[in-house]
Design a protein around this ligand. Structure first.
Ligand code: GLP
Length: 243
């Protein structure tokens, strides 16, 4: 594991953007796994700036988003589809046909999840999976559990996740109870993984994820087994790490 502790959120975002840019430069057709949430906002800003400065192009990359709330339309302000358009896709030269986000509405979620997984496989697999982390150690929407869920699946969100994410909604009741998420196996199959976290609220989750025994009760802890994991966090998120 490669651990980078940045002095600030901005520095964390810049380090992450540098890593993404260097991958795309060496492999213009790279396949990226993308997260949502407040953590990667700075990263997306940096990437957009690189595009505007004409030092990076996204035109040949393919992306797969990690997750989506169930039941929200694409244009719903809280959907991850909308998040990606507003914060990244609409501002760069990415081919929208090569962007994939799990759909929050489906007649048959089981079939849909298998198709999403097949699509990832047919793209050649994910070169770099970028992750945030939930306060309870979740990655994507893989919640603490008795086992590590495998492929893309429908999940019931935990109360603490609903509460944490309610800050984006007008009220806690408005937060969907279910979501679609890539599974732990889908994430672990990526050729490389970059985990980002910032702020004191993530310190406990980071400590449990990278310094304590691997357990499905802290889904992010499984990342310790990945052969190419980079963890980029700010000093606050690193504050409970001993060395
Ligand atoms: C959500 C997302 C995760 C994300 C987490 C942390 O639950 N499903 O992918 O990592 O929130 O979000 P934030 O970055 O806003 O703290």
């Amino acid at each position: 594991m490669n651990l980078l502790i940045a002095g600030s959120y901005d520095e964390m975002s810049k380090l992450a953007a540098k890593r993404v840019a260097s991958l795309i430069r060496s492999k213009p057709k790279a396949v990226l796994g993308l997260p949502t949430g407040s953590t990667p906002l700075g990263l997306y800003k940096e990437l957009v700036a690189m595009y505007q400065d004409k030092v990076l192009s996204f035109k040949d990359i393919t992306t797969f988003n990690l997750d989506e709330y169930e039941g929200l339309d694409c244009d719903n302000v809280n959907s991850y589809y909308r998040f990606m358009s507003d914060n990244f896709f609409n501002h760069v030269d990415i081919n929208r046909k090569h962007t994939n986000i799990p759909m929050g509405k489906s007649e048959d979620f089981l079939k849909y999840c298998i198709e999403y997984e097949e699509k990832i496989k047919n793209s050649g697999g994910i070169d770099l999976m970028i992750l945030g982390i939930g306060n309870n150690g979740h990655i994507g929407f893989n919640e603490p559990s008795e086992y590590f869920p495998g492929i893309t699946h429908r999940v019931k969100l935990h109360k603490e996740t609903i509460k944490a994410n309610s800050r984006f909604f007008s009220c806690v009741e408005g937060v969907p109870r279910y979501a679609i998420t890539m599974g732990i196996r889908s994430i672990m199959h990526s050729r490389s993984i970059m985990l980002l976290a910032n702020g004191p609220g993530k310190a406990e989750a980071i400590k449990k994820a990278i310094r304590e025994p691997i357990t499905p009760k802290v889904p992010a802890s499984v990342l310790q087994l990945h052969q190419d994991l980079t963890v980029i966090i700010d000093e606050e998120a690193a504050s409970l790490l001993d060395d």
